[in-house]
Design a protein around this ligand. Sequence first.
Ligand SMILES: Nc1nc2c(c(=O)[nH]1)N[C@H]1C(S)=C(S)[C@@H](COP(=O)(O)O)O[C@H]1N2
Ligand SMILES: [Mo]
Length: 201
Amino acid sequence: MISRGFTGHRQSADIEKRLPPGQYLVTDFPVLSAGPTPHTPLDRWTFTLEGLVESPVRWSWDEFRKLTSQSSTVDIHCVTKWSKLDTKWLGVSVDTLLAAVKLKPQARYVMAFSDGGYTTNIPLAELVNGQAFVAYQFDDKDLAPEHGGPSRLVVPHLYFWKSAKWIRGLRLMDQDQPGFWESLGYNMHGDPWKEERYSGD
Ligand SMILES: Nc1nc2c(c(=O)[nH]1)N[C@H]1C(S)=C(S)[C@@H](COP(=O)(O)O)O[C@H]1N2
Ligand SMILES: [Mo]
């Protein structure tokens, strides 16, 4: 129930504050995919940390599911201007994943890569310290394939295109390189609070 009057106004003012500039609220969960939904069998699924690490690490699905998980309730913001509040996820913190490797000192940027060839770049500093996770449940259910199942990256403080669906690993890099949307003119960083939508914003 939505109450009218004073409480209702106060609630909408709070919600307003959680919407970055130019965004509007949705209550459904739109699907945005640049290509078809891949369907990799779980017994062939792996998650890999590669690039500028002393030795790469690869988890099978069963191994990945045994890693320490955490639930997170976060607001998400798509560059097409919808935002969804209080989305509830279960997954593995990127901190937990990175604890399994020794980073080379030059590692400063990350390319997330996915089944189907999608990629997106994120500075390493923006994936650590609890800022990002690899999720396999949404709303207490296995993550639906169209939303990135079996698992996707979630980086809630950046526009949602940085949250790679069907993620298969992270590549550590010394220089920032554009991923899929970034090479088509989207912003290299993508902070919704600064409206970093396109290159040059
Ligand atoms: N692999 C992959 N990940 C992706 C995309 C995609 O096309 N392929 N689209 C991105 C964009 S633009 C958005 S807004 C969100 C959409 O996620 P959703 O379909 O679960 O809403 O996924 C992001 N991650
Ligand atoms: Mo998006």
